[in-house]
Design a protein around this ligand. Structure first.
Ligand code: GN1
Ligand code: MG
Length: 378
């Protein structure tokens, strides 16, 4: 659904901004939510990020916003204690103007964190961090090192966070759950595409056992669960102009899972020499230099705090998350492109092939990846 500029402005005005709102325009290539940047004018004017949160994917937006409020408050305390800048080193959620809230919204413990419009769509706002830089791709090992350090710090800041979080997407990185969705999706064959996908379906089937074996270690507690981000691709990290991580954004999937997912998903993104949806598979490879740099940065923050089982499975987590991504893109293609935004017909299949090439590259370099982890975990 498309909103007019006037409608968007009216939505933005439900939130407590400093300065008066003068403009709003679309921002960024997110696959799930719609994102806008809001400009204001006047004393203390700031810019803001307004997002339409996709409630078809996040069924409990209030619960998700409550998670974000709790997690950012916890990190803010840590940043302040460490003498950092709480307006730049953690996301600041923008609350509703109380005078725009109904009595029911005021009673809802998350009511100040979102606005539900007359079409049933949910909106939330946060402060835009001026001078922050985002990347779609990591071009240098130094950026990988810094990215790893940033996620390591994020996990450390949350290591003593104990309030239970809402599960914002059921079984998000749980491959047992993904397989049950996958089996249903194949049986349903909603778009009639299964008949042309024997090879791709074989990629998924032939690796089911090893992926389940990994997940069983999470289920039986061999690998611990912690508060994790779960979507650590490079575009979800804000860097400053010197290349240091300012803060981690897109906290929609922040919940309890294994910390290995954050490492694995970052490796999937930072080390890819091609694009996530590269049509030219020769571009796609896992760069060992980028892997080394990210691992070094990450472990510089976390090595004393991870269990032996986490260290042991760190390299495998990159294969696990990349495999899961192949499955998710392919499943969405089979379902008729219902989950991810696509830019052209067949986009999800192109993504599937590119991510599968990346997975193969990781498999070929697995022994070397394990050695690198071992070296920096010492
Ligand atoms: C989505 O929301 P965004 O664009 O940061 C997806 C991730 C995928 C990623 C693939 C909630 O991330 O899980 O890894 O696309 N987020 C959700 O690029 O499904
Ligand atoms: Mg994002």
């Amino acid at each position: 659904m498309n909103y007019t500029q006037e409608e968007l402005l009216a939505i933005a005005q439900k939130f407590e901004t400093t300065g008066s709102i003068t403009g709003i325009k679309p921002l960024g290539p997110g696959f799930i939510n719609d994102t806008f940047i809001v400009k204001t004018e006047g004393r203390d004017a700031s810019r803001y990020i307004l997002q339409r949160k996709n409630h078809l994917i996040f069924p409990d937006v209030p619960g998700m916003m409550k998670n974000i409020e709790l997690v950012t408050a916890h990190i803010r305390k840590k940043v302040t204690e460490a003498g950092g800048d709480p307006l730049r080193e953690v996301l600041t959620v923008t609350c509703r103007k109380p005078e725009t809230m109904t009595a029911m919204e005021k009673e809802d413990p998350a009511g100040h964190l979102y606005y539900k419009d007359e079409h049933g769509n949910y909106w939330a706002m946060c402060l835009f961090i001026e001078g922050s830089v985002t990347y779609e791709k990591a071009d240098t090992p130094l950026l990988c090192y810094k990215g790893g350090e940033g996620i390591g710090r994020f996990q450390a800041q949350l290591s003593d966070f104990t309030t239970p979080l809402n599960e914002t997407i059921k079984g998000f990185h749980n491959i047992r759950w993904r397989f049950s969705q996958w089996d249903e999706s194949i049986a349903r064959d909603a778009a009639g595409r299964v008949k042309d996908l024997a090879e791709e379906i074989g990629w998924i089937d032939s690796r089911r056992e090893e992926m389940m074996a990994f997940w069983c270690m999470v289920e039986n507690g061999t690998i611990p669960t912690r508060v994790t981000h779960n979507d650590t691709k490079i575009s979800n990290i804000l860097f400053d102009d010197k290349g240091d991580v300012l803060c981690v954004i897109d906290l929609d999937t922040c919940m309890s899972s294994t910390s290995l997912n954050d490492f694995g998903d970052a490796i999937r993104s930072y080390t890819n020499t091609g694009a996530e949806d590269d049509r030219n598979l020769d571009n796609v490879n896992m760069s060992p230099d980028m892997f080394k740099a990210y691992t070094q940065g990450y472990l510089s923050q976390r090595k004393g705090n991870l269990t032996d089982s986490e260290i042991e499975n760190l390299a495998f987590s990159a294969r696990y998350i990349t495999y899961e991504q192949v499955l998710r893109f392919l499943m969405d293609y089979i379902d008729g492109d219902k989950y991810y935004k696509t830019a052209y017909p067949g986009h999800n299949l192109v993504r599937t092939h590119a991510q599968y090439r990346l997975l193969q590259s990781m498999e070929a370099q697995y022994a070397a990846m394990k050695n690198i982890v071992e070296e920096y975990a010492k």
